[in-house]
Structures are given as C-alpha cells and as structure tokens.
Design a protein around this ligand. Structure first.
Ligand code: NAD
Length: 540
C-alpha cells in the first residue's frame, strides 16, 4: 500500500466498574468459572510451534492453594537455543515490514483485548495472581490496552523525529532496531507489564524472547495468544517460561543479546547487570539494559493535610492488591498533631476491609502471590510482636489454611531507620513514623535519605509553602511524585512510570523515553549535487 497512515490518536481505555447486575460482572463471573474449572497446559512457544515438554511446574491459585489451575511447561536447553536462533532468523523480515503493518498487529491486539479477550484475561489475573475485579480490570485490561495503543503512537512520533536539511542536502535518521534479540523478563504483579516488555521493542522492529514470571504464567499465556491472533509472525516474540537462572545464563551467553527489558526486584536486576558486565567483550554491541525494580514508597503528611483524604489514600495506596505493587505505599510520616486521628480512622476503616477470595466481589484484598511471599510476611509479623521499637496498631496476623492471606497491617516505629522503614516487603504492611510538627524540614531530609529506593512518593498538605519545600527537598526521592494523591495508580500516557536510584534505570514504561532505548539510529546524508573539485576557494 502506498500511503503513510496516521496512527489513531490514543485515549485511555475506560475502566469498567463491575457494579452488581452489570454486563461486565456477569461476563467476568462466567469467565472465572470457565477458566477455573480446567487445568490449562501452558506450552513453550518457539517459531510459532507449541512445545509441551512434560517438565512442568504446577500452578495453583493463591487464594485457594488446593486449586490446581495450570501446568507450566518449562524450556529445555535445546529449546532455549532454538528460541535464540529462531528470533535472530526472524528479525530480518520483521524489521523490513512497514511500520504501519507492525503497528497494525499491536493495535489489533489492543482491540481484541478490549473486546472478546477482556474477561478471560481478567479472570486469569484474578485466579492466578489474586487480583480483585477492579485491580484486574485496571491492569490486565486497561493498562495493557493503553500500553499497546500509546506505544504505537509514540513510536510513530519517534519515526517523525528527523534532523534539518539544507539546500542540496537531505538528512535523515533511519530508526533501526537493535541488532540481535531483546530478553524480556517480566514480574508476577502486573499482567500489563508482561505484555508490555516484549512488545515495546518489537514495535520498532526488534525481536524478543519473553520469560514470564511463573506465578503470572496463566494470564501471560493468554496475552501471548492474543498477539498471535492479532497476526504477530512466528519467531518475533518467543514465549519461554522456565527456570529463570538457567534461562538467563543461556541468553546472556549469546553474542546476539542486544538488550534486556526487565521488571522485578532490585537484587535480581543487579545480578543480571553483573552477568552482562562479566561477558561484555563477547557481545556484538553494548546490550541496552532497562530495568524497573523495587521501591519503599512513601506518603508524607504535613500538619495542614486534609485528614480524610490522607487516610483514604493511605488505605488505597498501601493495601490495594495486598501491597504488591512496586508503587505501593509502605512507609508514611505523620505529624504528631494529626496522628491520634489518623491512627483511629485507619483502625476503623481497616477493620472493615475484607480479605479473601477475589471471586467474592465484597473482598478488598486477595491473597499474597505464593508461599514464599507468605512465609516472609509471617516471619516479619512474628518478629515485630516482640520488637520494642514497633507497635502493631491493626492487623498483624495471617492465615494459610485455605490461601496465602495476610491481614492489612499498620505498624508504628519509634526508630525512623528501622528495617520496616527501609526494606521492601511487598505485602499489605504499612509502617508509620510519627514526627514532631516543627520538624517538617528535617523529616523531608529523613525521607530522602532513609531508603535506597526512589520509585514513588506523595505529599499531603494544604499549605502551599509546604508543598513547595517538599517538592524541592524530595526531588530525587521519587520518579513518580504525587501531591495530594496516593502514590499508586500511574496511567499510561498521563504519568509515565519509573524511578531512579536502586529502583531502576527510570526509562519510563509506556512513553517515548522507553522506546528510544530500543532503537539505534543511522544518520543518512544524501547530497544532490556532490562536489567535483577538492580545492577550496581560500587556497587561491
Ligand atoms: P522477581 O525479581 O522475583 O522476578 C522478576 C522476574 O525475574 C521473574 O520473571 C523471575 O522469574 C525472574 N527472576 C527471578 N530470579 C532471577 C534470577 N536469579 N535471574 C534471572 N531472572 C530471575 O520480582 P517479582 O517478585 O516478580 O516482582 C516483584 C518485584 O518487582 C518488586 O521488587 C517490585 O517492586 C518490582 N516491580 C517494579 C516495578 C517498576 O516499575 N519499578 C513494577 C512491578 C514490579
């Protein structure tokens, strides 16, 4: 086709509300029953061929660990090598597709997810990752649809980014993909991130090997099926679930490794970076390393804060999805004058938060992702009981008899440097430190210097001078910073997401900044009437 098509202008996918009696609620309930009544076999998919290797990991539902939902087939050494070879071979044709044709695949995937696949993927996220209907909707439906539509739009803008030309000379930037494959390693906690990390590079003509998180593999496999139905050619994105350490070793050993697109914990990203550094001389180029990692995200209240707004946003920011968002609020700083009211209101509201199976829509929290996470929280909650620096104001208990349930917990620490103020626990556990009202400037410095992370943070204040001072003092303490709002819930196209320091490379998923990492520009200068005499006039 001879046309330069304009990409449709994206708008954020509307969030369905799942109110009783709504069509979406009926459809989601039916999808939960349908998906929950079978054991899905999840294959490795290489060059479009599904491999049921027989080496499987049993996947169970976090909210009912007796519920067997899937068998995840693992890659073998031969398949991992075949995945690399197949991707490298597929790149030649894929990068020669017109941008419009590549874009069409992802725009179609977005439409399929918005329509016929929506409730199946939401049901998989609810069953496999223990998200409530609302949390599944904003993640596996809306955010992933937005990633696909907005990234296509940003990619088009990037292609239009061109240098100036002067009379007789035409200059162009050729936005080439990276030479080799991108290794996409995705976390359990967002189905949308699973879908985004391999596809953002692929839009620009890259090929990717996608290693999903084991505990998110059911929803991630459905996302992969959507991409295939949308016309993604075989080999362009290989689906390679399996042992993360062995897979990473094989892929890092390949000279074709061109980039890593990672989201997960800080220690894992550091180990991968180290692995690349140790092999640096073996690669054709310098692999691009993009990683969004952990956080110890804060909400700080000034004495002028609106207490009801503060409490509501602490509750949502800390406990939605069981505190398992990288952006979840896990430390808060409250002035002494407000603390009695804040504490009482938190206790009153937390007593009303129901924890249980998200298929029962009255539950606000589901289960934590797996036994390993549960045991970590269990050990922490046990340790704080006898810790003289800690007071447990709400929650503090957990129950593994049916699922991996941890009660939303409010702790107060008298020590601002206690590990509960510094470490990421990734559960529904909020740590508070009460500061003296006249120590506002000092508390801002404390927040900035306490944790090694810098992902998200929020300030609640009505006094503008306090807002101004916090914005200045906390400039490097968060990559996503909120004023009078919770520190979670970034929306693609509105609040580009990512943090600095130990929280990652801050390449802002779902934005133009991220896409720049997946291209290697070639500059082309073309001269209409080339020089035919080497002598310059000044020689005369
Ligand atoms: P994780 O680090 O355990 O796992 C992430 C991915 O890395 C998974 O696919 C896993 O299989 C793989 N992996 C694990 N160990 C590995 C190893 N030794 N070598 C190579 N790969 C390995 O993280 P998770 O539990 O899935 O996710 C939670 C973490 O992710 C939290 O720290 C959270 O803050 C972070 N996170 C950050 C963002 C962000 O945008 N900054 C978003 C979501 C999650």
């Amino acid at each position: 086709m001879s046309a330069i098509g304009n990409i449709p202008t994206p708008i954020n996918e509307p969030i369905l509300n799942y109110a009783p009696g709504s069509a979406e609620r009926t459809a989601l309930e039916a999808a939960i029953v349908e998906l929950g009544s079978v054991v899905t076999e999840i294959p490795v998919v290489i060059n479009g061929v599904e491999h049921f290797t027989g080496q499987t990991v049993k996947l169970t539902s976090p909210q009912r660990h007796s519920h067997h939902i899937a068998n995840l087939h693992q890659t073998t050494p031969e398949l991992r090598q075949a995945a690399i070879d197949g991707a490298v071979a597929a790149q030649h044709a894929w990068e020669r597709w017109s941008f419009a044709d590549r874009a069409a695949v992802f725009l179609r995937a977005a439409d399929l997810l918005a329509g016929p696949w929506r409730q199946r993927v939401n049901a998989a996220t609810l069953l496999g990752q223990s998200k409530t209907a609302h949390q599944a909707e904003i993640d596996s439906a809306c955010e992933l649809i937005d990633f696909w539509r907005f990234n296509v739009h940003y990619a088009e803008r990037l292609l239009h980014e061109q240098p100036i030309s002067v009379p007789g000379v035409w200059n162009r930037l050729d936005w080439r993909p990276l030479e080799g494959f991108i290794y996409a390693i995705t976390p359990f906690n967002f189905t949308a991130i699973g879908g985004n990390l391999p596809t953002a590079p692929a839009m620009l003509g890259n090929v990717a090997l996608w290693k999903p998180s084991t505990t998110a593999a059911l929803s991630n496999y459905l996302v992969y099926q959507i991409l295939r139905e949308a016309g993604m050619p075989a080999g362009v994105i290989q689906f390679i679930p399996g042992d993360s350490v062995k897979t990473t070793a094989t892929l890092l050993d390949s000279k074709h490794l061109a980039g890593i697109h990672f989201t997960g914990s800080t220690p894992v990203f550091r180990s991968i970076w180290q692995g690349v550094a140790e092999r640096l001389g073996t690669y054709r180029g310098y692999p691009r390393l993009v990683g969004e990692t952990g956080g110890k995200d804060f909400i700080v209240a000034h004495a002028s804060a609106n207490v009801e707004a503060l409490v509501t946003n602490l509750l949502r920011g800390a406990f939605e999805y069981q505190g398992q968002k990288c952006s979840a609020c896990s430390r808060t700083y409250i002035p002494r004058s407000l603390w009695p009211t804040v504490k009482r209101r938190m206790q009153e509201e937390m007593a009303q938060m129901k924890v249980g199976d998200p298929a029962d829509f009255s539950n606000y929290l589901g289960a934590v992702i797996d036994e390993r996470a549960f045991r970590k929280h269990e050990a922490l909650l046990k340790a704080v009981q006898s810790d003289p620096a800690i007071t447990v104001h709400a929650g503090g208990t957990c129950d593994d008899s049916v699922g991996w349930f941890v009660q939303p917990t409010l702790l107060e620490s008298s020590d601002p440097h206690h590990r509960i103020m510094r470490e990421e626990f990734f559960g529904p556990i909020l740590s508070a430190y009460v500061y003296e009202d006249d120590q506002w400037s000092e508390v801002l410095t404390l927040i900035d210097e306490t944790a090694e992370y810098a992902l998200t943070g929020a300030i609640f204040a009505n006094e503008r001078a306090a807002v101004i001072e916090a914005e200045e003092k906390l400039r490097h303490a968060a990559g996503n910073y909120y004023v009078n709002d919770k520190c979670t819930g970034a929306v693609v196209g509105q609040q580009p997401f990512g943090g600095g320091r130990a929280s990652g490379t801050n390449d802002k998923a779902g934005s133009l900044l991220n896409l720049y990492r997946w291209v290697s520009a070639r500059t082309v200068k073309e001269t209409g009437n080339p020089a035919t005499n080497w002598r310059y006039p000044f020689l005369g």
